[in-house]
Design a binder for this molecule. Structure first.
Ligand code: GTP
Length: 599
């Protein structure tokens, strides 16, 4: 056990984690040179194409150091804020973390967020300034930022390049010398923490585990302590990085268990595995349940693909515990699902995976947040609250006492010269200033509290544009806070169009209403009569547009009484109306809804 080290690499997105992991695999001969390809641990197509890590990926390496052989278990983790749940799970399974900082970029928002998480888990931090081969690298300046942030001495920092391999052996030496060997629970009872669990269509559920005590072999009977599910182990082994069966996996190690379960919820992330015969084993501390931050409707373009969409979501969910969904019916888009995501990138990735892995053509509605509604005291005097994920679930206005929306604390790392502009933008988005700190003479850390609904619209894009790409941000959900929130209704020809209603802050209602009406006006074809478009809060109209009538009469140009010709023409017109949605007396092509609702 003394020769085992478990560690992970944490960094801001693109600071070079996966590239460094490639070098570690090479130096330790874990992967033969001819099998080596770039970013080997990014196994999904979409990860390789976009160059981002979405799923954590463990790998076991062997390394000779000062005459001894060490077993090094590395977990490669994603860098993007949406996937910090993956990071937090990896952190709970290791003792050390390499904190990688790009020598040309310096510390960024996600560097801080990941570092805080690693500190919460009491991990040994090994700071590395990476990409020192870059002509624009400023290793001295970046190392000063790290010294200031961590309060360490400069000689603890390793200077490296995942590209040239410089410093890689030094990093491995530091992992061995500075990271403690795993602490072993002296009891012989099996306790293994499930830190990930994937579904393989051929082999069933494979649980990724960190064993804290005891050992496990194939064919033993195991039990998940919390879910209380039981099964016979089909195979155990480790990651090389592909699955390599072994006789046993034991305390201190990271490995996998092929469970034979057909449903990941039976071997849930955060649960503890023990032997069926060990009756009184207490569960290890698991993980907090993740809550989605943004919600959107997902519909198939072809209504006939609804069953395929349902099946695809079910399968994707098997490998993505953070994804949640429930059926949704939209008057405009038909049957689909309201899905909850960890953030906008997560939403984009899920949609793209559904489309490419399951061959579907999908529409995602623009993202929104959940709201907490306090319902007026009923006759029995009891006040109740509900959480809704779409404005159409809002109870009648008269029943609503309060609407609350989720807030987040946002940490922005940015050049000093952009502080004023970013503060102005955050203020316009109802942000509340928290504090300002300096990383060094050029860069600052700005903290704000903001409603998540404002954050998910274009906050990140605006930040990037104000800071010419140099700003980065990270956010964490706070709580629901009541606000002056109202339901903005859209009426066409006096009829409410449910799928176009939104919950907005009263101060922005008129502007938002006008924008929607202006769009509707250009999208809805002119009718034989004038069509009134209105935006309203409750019964109060706050904006109005009119679509003038066309004087066209399809049969007007037919003279004489040729009834068959006239009927043919009317039939043709009817067929053209098939993809129309009737609101009151107005027929609206479904494309109009698509254009308005689409993300
Ligand atoms: P995520 O997994 O998305 O968080 O990114 P990552 O941190 O794994 O970064 P990745 O290894 O994908 O590297 C990002 C980019 O930086 C790629 O284009 C790499 O080729 C490049 N890169 C990584 N390490 C180095 C380095 O040491 N030197 C130079 N010059 N480029 C590097």
């Amino acid at each position: 056990m003394n020769n085992i080290r478990n560690f992970c690499i944490i960094a801001h997105i693109d600071h070079g984690k996966s590239t460094l992991a490639d070098r570690l695999l090479e130096v330790t001969n874990t992967v033969a040179k001819r099998e080596m390809k770039e970013q080997l641990l990014d196994t999904m197509d979409i990860e390789r194409e976009r160059g981002i890590t979405i799923k954590l990926q463990p790998v076991r390496m062997h390394y000779q150091f000062q005459g001894q052989e060490y077993e090094l278990n590395l977990i490669d983790t994603p860098g993007h804020v949406d996937f910090s749940y993956e990071v937090s799970r990896s952190l709970a399974a290791v003792e050390g973390a390499i904190l990688l900082v790009d020598a040309a970029q310096g510390i960024e928002a996600q560097t801080l967020a990941n570092l805080y998480m690693a500190m919460e888990h009491n991990l040994t931090i090994i700071p590395v300034v990476n990409k020192i081969d870059l002509p624009s690298a400023e290793p001295e300046k970046v190392s000063e930022e790290i010294v200031k942030l961590l309060g360490i001495s400069k000689d603890e920092i390793i200077f490296a390049s995942g590209k040239t391999g410089q410093g890689v052996n030094e990093i491995l030496a530091a992992v061995i010398e500075r990271t403690p060997a795993p602490k072993i629970d002296p009891s012989n009872e099996l306790k293994a923490l499930i830190f990930d669990s994937i579904f393989d269509p051929y082999r069933g559920v494979i649980a990724y585990v960190r064993i804290t005590s005891g050992a496990l072999k194939a064919h033993q009977k195991i039990r998940m302590i919390q879910v209380k599910s039981e099964t016979d182990v089909i195979e155990v082994g480790y990651f090389s990085p592909t699955l390599k069966p072994s006789n046993t996996i034991c305390a201190g190690q990271i490995g996998y268990i092929i469970t034979g379960f057909k449903d990941v919820s039976l071997a849930r992330v955060g649960d503890t595995v023990t032997l069926e015969s060990d009756q009184n084993v207490a569960a290890l501390e698991g993980y907090r349940q993740v809550k989605p931050l943004v919600y959107a409707g997902i519909f198939s373009v072809d209504a006939n693909q609804y069953p395929e969409l349902r099946e695809a979501l079910g399968k994707l969910k098997l490998n993505d515990a953070a994804l949640i969904y429930e059926p949704e019916v939209s008057e405009a888009l038909g049957f689909g699902f309201r899905c909850g995501f960890l953030g906008l990138l997560h939403m984009e990735i899920v949609k793209e995976r559904l489309e490419r892995e399951y061959n579907l053509d999908l529409i995602a509605t623009s993202p929104s947040v959940s709201y907490q509604i306090t319902i007026n005291k009923q006759a029995d005097g009891v006040e109740s609250t509900i959480i809704i994920h779409t404005p159409s679930e809002l109870p009648e206005v008269t029943k609503i006492a309060e609407i609350a929306e989720p807030w987040a604390v946002v940490e922005i790392v940015l050049p000093k010269s952009n502080i004023g502009a970013v503060m102005e933008m955050a203020g316009n988005k109802r942000g509340i200033y928290v504090n300002l700190d300096y990383l060094d003479e050029d860069r600052a850390i700005l903290k704000y509290q903001l409603p998540i609904s404002e954050l998910i619209v274009d906050f990140y894009d605006r930040l990037k544009s104000i800071t010419s790409g140099y700003g980065s941000m990270n956010y964490e959900m706070l709580e629901y806070r009541t606000g002056d929130l109202v339901k903005l209704n859209i009426l066409v020809g006096g009829e409410e169009v449910d799928s176009l209603s939104q919950i907005v802050h009263r101060s922005t209602a008129i502007e938002k209403g006008r924008i929607i009406l202006a769009k509707l006006k250009t999208l809805i074809p002119r009718q034989l009569f004038e069509v009134m478009l209105q935006a309203a809060i409750g019964g109060k109209i706050i904006a109005r547009e009119d679509i003038p009538a066309v004087g066209k009469n399809v049969t007007a140009k037919l003279y004489g009484g040729d009834v068959t010709r006239k009927n043919k023409l009317l039939d043709k017109q009817k067929a053209g109306k098939k993809r129309l949605k009737r609101i009151g007396k107005v027929d609206i092509p479904t494309e109009v809804f698509l254009k308005l609702l689409k993300n």
